[in-house]
Design a protein around this ligand. Structure first.
Ligand code: ATP
Length: 254
């Protein structure tokens, strides 16, 4: 078996007496579309935060691309290729689409927005970043929108820009935290299509509470319940698992 791109070992997060994430051993294979689901309070957001580095675990480790990243802050993980979806508030609304994408590319390369001495010494850097920015705009379907101010974009193009900002960090894997929260059925479908269109060659981990949505899009699903993994498998296998049905639907057979 090939080495998983992302692995957690005995990952645990306690908040006082509450064990929000309880000894989770998760392995995500390179290239797969994995979803992490679970009822309210199952520990999805806490797990997401442990993977991005926003939270430190009480115990256990996170390994990415064969490297222990447990102690690394979020921006270091992004630089190592563990991207995460940004909410719309991460768009700089007064800047153009191109400037937003370029800033993201630069931040991922250099860790901050200030040109360092080393950065200035590399004569090709600006050209490289500009070329990379253009590739990302093309790939995201925004090549005709580069000079538009982000705030003036239509809803669908704002979503494209969010994905472009993630893509600009050149991630091997993207963590998506409820990317369709608050959307209508039609917007949800369009956003999932967009994720497939733009990010299909990356490993994806979607954190989601909408079980119908994950059934449609995932290669494999991991079900969390009370902080622990309850079940794991293909959408068909998971949907037929009696324990999942009990946890998810409160014993009501759908
Ligand atoms: N900072 C915190 N301090 C104390 N308890 C917390 C904290 N964050 C989360 N919890 C608790 O940890 C448990 C897991 O919460 P988490 O938000 O990870 O679940 P979730 O699966 O994302 O739920 P939801 O679908 O409702 O967002 C819950 O009981 C929650 O109240």
């Amino acid at each position: 078996m090939t080495e998983p791109i992302l692995q957690t070992t005995n990952l645990t997060k306690e908040f006082g007496k509450l064990v929000a994430v309880d000894d989770v051993n998760l392995e995500v294979e390179r290239g797969e579309f994995r979803s992490l689901i679970g009822p309210n309070g199952a520990g999805k957001t806490t797990t997401f935060n442990l993977l991005t580095g926003a939270l430190r675990p009480t115990s256990g480790t996170v390994t990415f691309n064969g490297e222990d990243v447990t102690g690394l802050p979020p921006h270091e993980r992004v630089r190592k290729g563990l991207g995460r979806s940004f909410q719309i508030t991460n768009i700089f609304s007064g800047l153009t689409v191109r400037e937003n994408v370029r800033l993201s590319a630069q931040a991922a390369q250099h860790g901050d927005f200030r040109p360092t001495e080393e950065f200035l010494k590399r004569a090709n850097t600006f050209e490289e970043v500009n070329a990379h920015t253009q590739r990302v705009l093309d790939r995201s379907g925004l090549s005709g929108r580069g000079e538009e101010v982000a705030d003036n974009l239509a809803y669908g193009d704002k979503r494209r820009l969010e994905i472009a900002i993630v893509l600009a960090t050149d991630p091997d894997m993207v963590l998506l935290d409820e990317p369709t929260a608050g959307m209508s059925a039609e917007e949800t479908r369009a956003t999932m299509d967009l994720i497939h269109e733009v990010l299909s060659d990356r490993t994806l981990l979607l954190i989601e509470h909408d079980i119908d949505l994950v059934m449609r899009v995932s290669d494999r699903i991991t079900v969390l319940h009370r902080g622990a993994i309850l079940a794991e498998g293909t959408p068909d296998a998971v949907s037929e698992d009696p324990e999942v049905r009990r946890a998810y639907f409160g014993g009501v057979e759908a």
